[in-house]
Ligand binder design. Structure first.
Ligand code: COA
Length: 376
């Protein structure tokens, strides 16, 4: 094995300024429900159309822990006649929306590392939804930043960023790159069915970036990547059937299964033990006592899931200091969630502190990145 040590030199974050609170979201959803039920009153009475039930702020907060989410296109999402993000399609000579927010997060990471784009060798765009099949979003981001090297896209749903970090670390170890940007622009509002009561509250928009580098060029403080582990197990419990093979059929192109759908209860039950076991096994393999982990930056999908996973790893109910929450204000931002948690909650840790960045979600897919602080 290579003796080159890959590190996280810096992270970056772009947060869209617009926020939708649960109250605003539920107000819009319930207006849609009332209008639907009124317009279909006769058919509902005849049993031909299902009556829609209202959503509630209390349910959303209690079931998920989410209080608000940032979005790129607020007004159309809240408009009961639209209930989806909308923006003008841009011409090919203008930067695309996904690349634009990715560039903002990447610039933040580069500035924090004191790094110029000329020093970067590769860009991985690791996210759960790409704006188009090709050219790769990563190459557009690479070009916008002025990076001479290579880039490609990778999609492992909620685990895209951790899979990206391991891929970047492997390039560094192999000597194929000395500085790699892992960019995760997550415009999750675009794949969410805002008319689905079971899931309309889940997602938000954001972009993160992680700069993975060879240790000898990294600024201090930085985070040594002590070990990574990836796992996938096929499941239909989180699924999105949208794709280039079904765009031709107008009857099915707009169907609900062409957006995010999930069996939330099953996901909860199956993923919690899978991830907790994976973390503990991998920690022990790396010679780390899981109980000694200073902080867990967990995937941000559901507060209850995080409470259970942290408890199984640490052996006690985790405090906010041990397992910080960002889903209350960001919602679920897919692969970016654990990176936001890390970005906003790592400066106070000290030299030698060991923590874990961990993702889990559709696939199923799960990734662990154990990191140790150097300096600071
Ligand atoms: N407002 C009010 N009530 C609602 C509601 C809403 N928006 N949505 C559902 N309900 C009701 C249901 O009708 C049900 O009522 P019933 O008990 O009378 O049948 C009740 O609330 C419970 O619904 P359920 O879907 O079982 O909720 P839950 O407690 O499992 O919470 C999730 C739903 C999605 C928040 C939760 O399952 C979850 O987060 N799971 C993990 C998901 C995850 O991590 N996914 C990864 C995504 S990448």
């Amino acid at each position: 094995m290579s003796d080159i040590i890959p590190v996280i030199s810096a992270t970056g974050l772009f947060t869209p300024p617009d926020v939708i609170t649960n109250a605003e979201l539920v107000d819009s959803f319930n207006t849609y429900v009332e209008a639907h039920n009124a317009a279909n009153a006769a058919a509902i009475a005849a049993g031909e159309v299902a009556e829609l039930a209202p959503s509630s702020v209390e349910f959303i907060e209690k079931a998920s822990g989410i209080k608000a989410r940032h979005v790129i296109s607020k007004a159309p999402i809240l408009d009961p006649d639209v209930m989806a993000p909308r923006w003008d399609e841009r011409p090919n000579d203008e930067i695309s929306v996904l690349a634009e927010i990715g560039v903002k997060a990447a610039e933040d990471a580069l500035a924090r590392a004191g790094r110029s784009p000329a020093d970067v060798d590769a860009v991985l765009c690791a996210a759960s939804n790409m704006q188009r099949p090709y050219p790769a979003m990563a190459i557009e981001i690479q070009q916008a930043l002025g990076i001479d090297g290579f880039g490609f896209d990778m999609n492992v749903a909620c685990s895209s960023a951790t899979f990206g970090i391991q891929t970047a670390a492997d390039y560094v170890r192999a000597g194929h790159a000395r500085s790699v940007l892992v960019v995760s622009p997550e415009i999750c509002s675009g794949h969410l069915n805002w008319r689905d009561r079971d899931s309309h509250f889940i997602f938000g928009d954001v972009a993160t970036a992680v700069l993975v580098e060879v240790k000898d060029i990294a600024p201090v403080p930085h985070w040594e990547i002590v070990g990574t582990k990836l796992k996938t197990v096929f499941s239909n419990n989180i699924r999105n059937n949208f794709g280039f093979l079904n765009r031709a059929s107008p009857e099915t192109a707009g169907a609900a299964d062409k957006l995010f759908v999930q069996e939330g209860r099953k996901v909860f039950k199956e993923v919690v033990p899978m991830v907790a076991t994976m973390i503990v096994e991998e920690a022990l393999k790396l010679g780390i006592d899981p109980v000694s982990l200073r902080r867990l930056w967990l995937h941000q999908a559901n507060q209850g899931m995080n409470r259970l996973i942290a408890q199984r790893v640490l052996g006690h109910e985790a405090s906010e200091d041990e397992s910080p929450t960002v889903l209350d204000t960001y919602g679920n931002t897919s692969s970016a969630g654990s990176i936001i948690a890390f970005h906003l909650n790592q400066a106070d840790l000290v030299d030698g502190d060991t923590g874990l960045i961990c993702s889990f979600g559709a696939g199923y897919s799960a990734g662990t990145v154990f990191v140790r602080k150097v300096g600071g």
